[in-house]
Structures are given as structure tokens and as C-alpha cells.
Write a protein that binds this ligand. Structure first.
Ligand code: PXG
Length: 438
């Protein structure tokens, strides 16, 4: 039955949204091109957030659109369970040239959340395959965001995402977050706080290394407000994890594909994880895709340790979907042809100056940046946390600027095609909005 119905805002149950407020005052986008979104009534909105940290090459890239179009006509869908199609092998192979050496084997899924849950399961499978089946515990970090699967919310540290549901995976513990371990208004990485990585050593002491499968962190936390790590922190985490046979998982869903001025945070920090979660920028967000890049040691451990037959009892109907594969290949072409990762690196200093130019603005208690991730944190209003940033967000939007807010932090993460003149506009509009809000 398909009876005609009224197009109702109520019909869509929106996640991570104040449904009642949104539906009273909906904000819609009808088109996008380059650095801009356009509303249905034709208003231009400068995209300072790459959509949701994902449209790294800017909107409406012809090469990517064409690749998707051609692929939809040639092969709409093919399973990747005991079957395949050439493009997904090509994408996996091309990723070898983008990701750090040894992260040679990529599993595909459809989102960052699936990438995280897949990485956690691959970690368990590996530990069992090498005879370490008592390692079932995961270590996450406070203020981490790892998507919304049960694994992701369990290792994550965003309180509302956990508390709303209650039930989580058992056997998970958390490192302390690193925020506040160096002074506010620090440019880039903090000089102090690397010793917070020793929390992993403490948790090994508490639970026993033989119970811990993996530790997962975002190299730079994104969703909880752009939290760059202290210098040396990730190196120290790597060293402790290695020493105790614990797999290190980097959740690079945001930091992958140029956000930090290198292909990955692993490359930027010169710290190679055992598993890397990817999504978002892998297809420039044009077709949903997630991935877990696995170190050769992990892949080979599972291949040689598993009984004959299927090695990994895990996968999705849309693992390696042809449209996503085509979009991914075209996206990698765009990144390479335009040198966008290097472009992000070359703009980092300008962006840093721009973000920190807001340090004396009204109610600002911190400015932070790394790569093309920047944040301006406002003092929360008494009794109404988040309200001030929400108002700044709304004013920015009304003035034609898309930002993102979490708590009282305004985040900016522009597409890597951003021009310095765009950065100027972003900061001018954000400054005006901050000044206008009490
Ligand atoms: N890991 C990280 C580090 C993420 O940032 C996910 C996993 C989950 O990805 P999916 O594709 O399942 O959403 C994310 C997602 C925000 C915001 O405003 C960030 C994300 C998603 C939605 C909003 O900060 N990141």
C-alpha cells in the first residue's frame, strides 16, 4: 500500500537532535557546492564543519559524482561474502599507498560506528586466534566518541550517549581524558600531560594484561570538543600497549584523510596502531562507507590461527558496496591530484592564528587547534550548560556560517579546499555571534 500522505516533519525521528525545537524551526539544506550549502530558499551557508567532519574535499565534486553515476549504471550491488567485484579490491589496494606501512588489510563497512564495533571484534578474534582468548576486556577513554554501536558507546566517554541507555558491554574500563593537562589557549599539542598514558599501565595492574584485548582512542578527540593530545602521549600509549600485548586501535574516523595535514593522524604523529577505524572522508561522505585497516600481524594472526573455512565471522550486506568503492577511488584521486592533505598542512598556521584570535572574545575560556580542527570554548551559563554555544551556533547559522557545537564548545573543521579568505569570514562571523550573545 502506498497512499499519498502529507509530508510531515514529525514522520522523521531525528537522532542527536532536539526534535521538538527543530520541528518548530527547521533548518534545511537543498544543495551544496564547494565550500557552501544552500537552503531551499537559496541562502548561502559557508560550511566551516565539512558537513559533520566528513566532506574533506568540499561539496559536489564532479569526479566523485561521475564515478558514482557510472558505477550505479554498471553494477548496482554485488555481495562480498565469498564473492566480490574488482573495485573494492582496487580500493583496498590503493589504501595501502595512503595508510601507514603494515596497515595492509582493510575490512569494509558502512559507517564509523560499524568500523569501531568491527575493530573491537577483530581485536577479540585476533587475541583468540593467537591463543590469548582470556583477553576480552577493552579500554577506552573518557570524553572519547566512538559512534553509537554497543561497543562504541561502551568504550566511549560521552556521558549522555551511555547514560540514556544504561546497558553496555561488560568488562570495559577507561583511561582519563587528557583535557586540562596543559593550559587553556595552548596552540596545538600540550607540553605537559603525556604521563596520563600511564593510566593504561595502572589498568593493567588492576585487571591483568592477560584480560585486556585492546585500547581505543581518537588521536585527537573530535566530538567532545577538539582535544589535542599532550606531546608524547600517543607514543607512550603505543609503548605500553606493545609491552603488554594489548592492541592499539586508533579511531581515525575524523582524523583520517587529511584533517591533520597528513593522510592519517598515525602518519602525523608517527605512531602506528594495530587497527585503524576510518569512515567519513574515505568517500568524501558521498556514499556511506567505513573501514578497519588491520596491521599485517593482526590479519596474519587471524588467517593462520582460525580453523579451516571462514576466518572472520563478521561482515555486512553492504561491506564494500560498489557505489562506495567507486566513490572511494574517485575521492582518493581528488585528494592526490589536488594535494589536499598537504594543503591542509600549509593552512594549519593560518587557521591556528584565526582560532586563537578569538581568545579575548566575550565568555571565551579556551581556544584549541590541531591540523584543520579548531575549537572555541565558552563559559557555560549558570544552570544551563550548552545554551550559550547553542545560541552562538544559531546566530552563526543565521549569518550564513555552519559551525558545530558540543556542550559549550564551538568546533570548526573546514573542507581542506578552504581559502584563507574563507577562514577570515568564518572567524569574523563567529566573533560577531559570540559578541552578540550574553
Ligand atoms: N568515531 C569517531 C571518532 C567519530 O567522530 C564515529 C566514530 C561514528 O561514525 P558514524 O559514521 O557511525 O557516525 C564518529 C562520528 C559531531 C559528530 O558533531 C561527530 C560524529 C558524528 C556525528 C556528529 O561531533 N562522528
Amino acid at each position: 500500500m502506498d497512499t499519498p500522505v502529507v509530508n510531515s516533519l514529525e514522520a522523521f525521528f531525528m537522532g542527536f537532535t532536539a526534535n521538538r525545537a527543530f520541528k518548530a524551526d527547521p533548518k534545511l539544506f537543498a544543495r551544496a557546492k564547494g565550500m557552501f550549502y544552500y537552503t531551499p530558499d537559496g541562502r548561502e551557508v559557508l560550511d566551516a564543519t565539512s558537513g559533520l567532519w566528513c566532506v574533506n574535499a568540499g561539496h559536489g565534486r564532479e569526479k566523485i559524482i561521475e564515478a558514482i553515476r557510472a558505477q550505479a549504471g554498471a553494477l548496482d550491488y554485488a555481495p562480498t561474502f565469498n564473492l566480490g567485484h574488482p573495485l573494492i579490491f582496487e580500493l583496498a589496494s590503493r589504501l595501502r599507498g595512503v595508510l601507514p606501512a603494515d596497515l595492509d588489510h582493510t575490512f569494509f563497512c558502512n559507517s564509523g560506528s560499524e568500523a569501531v564495533d568491527s575493530a573491537l571484534k577483530i581485536a577479540l578474534a585476533y587475541q583468540r586466534a593467537i591463543g590469548q582468548g582470556t583477553r576480552t576486556r577493552f579500554i577506552g577513554r573518557e570524553r572519547g566518541y566512538h559512534g553509537v554501536g554497543f561497543g562504541g558507546i561502551s568504550v566511549g566517554g560521552m556521558v549522555a550517549n551511555r547514560r540514556t541507555f544504561g546497558a553496555q558491554l561488560p568488562g570495559v574500563d577507561h583511561l582519563r581524558h587528557t583535557h586540562g593537562s596543559f593550559p587553556a589557549f595552548t596552540r596545538g599539542l600540550g607540553e605537559t600531560g603525556a604521563e596520563l598514558a600511564d593510566d593504561l599501565e595502572r589498568l593493567v595492574g588492576l585487571h591483568g594484561a592477560e584480560t585486556i584485548a585492546a585500547v581505543i582512542v581518537e588521536p585527537v578527540a573530535g566530538s567532545t570538543g577538539v582535544l589535542p593530545p599532550p606531546k608524547g602521549y600517543l607514543e607512550r600509549l603505543r609503548e605500553i600497549a606493545t609491552r603488554h600485548g594489548i592492541l592499539l586501535i586508533f579511531d581515525e574516523v575524523i582524523t583520517g584523510f587529511g584533517r591533520l595535514g597528513a593522510a592519517t593522524a598515525a602518519e602525523r604523529f608517527d605512531v602506528t596502531p594495530d587497527l585503524m577505524c576510518l569512515a567519513k572522508g574515505i568517500t568524501n561522505a558521498s556514499v556511506p562507507m567505513g573501514a578497519v585497516a588491520c596491521h599485517a600481524k593482526v590479519y596474519e594472526g587471524i588467517m593462520s590461527g582460525a580453523p579451516a573455512g571462514i576466518e572472520l565471522f563478521h561482515g555486512y550486506t553492504y561491506s564494500g558496496h560498489p557505489l562506495a568503492a567507486a566513490a572511494g577511488l574517485a575521492t582518493l584521486d581528488v585528494y592526490r591530484e589536488e594535494g589536499l592533505f598537504g594543503r591542509a598542512a600549509s593552512l594549519e598556521g593560518y587557521f591556528e592564528d584565526a582560532i586563537h584570535s578569538l581568545k579575548d572574545a566575550k565568555n571565551v575560556i579556551d581556544t584549541r587547534n590541531f591540523g584543520l580542527m579548531g575549537a572555541v570554548e565558552l563559559a557555560p551559563r549558570e544552570g544551563a550548560p550548552g545554551a550559550r554555544a547553542a545560541e552562538v551556533f544559531r546566530r552563526c547559522f543565521d549569518s550564513g556560517l555552519l559551525t558545530r557545537y558540543t556542550g559549550d564548545t564551538i568546533a570548526m573543521s573546514p573542507p581542506l579546499i578552504v581559502e584563507t579568505t574563507d577562514i577570515d569570514v568564518m572567524v569574523t562571523k563567529l566573533a560577531a555571534a559570540i559578541a552578540a550573545v550574553d
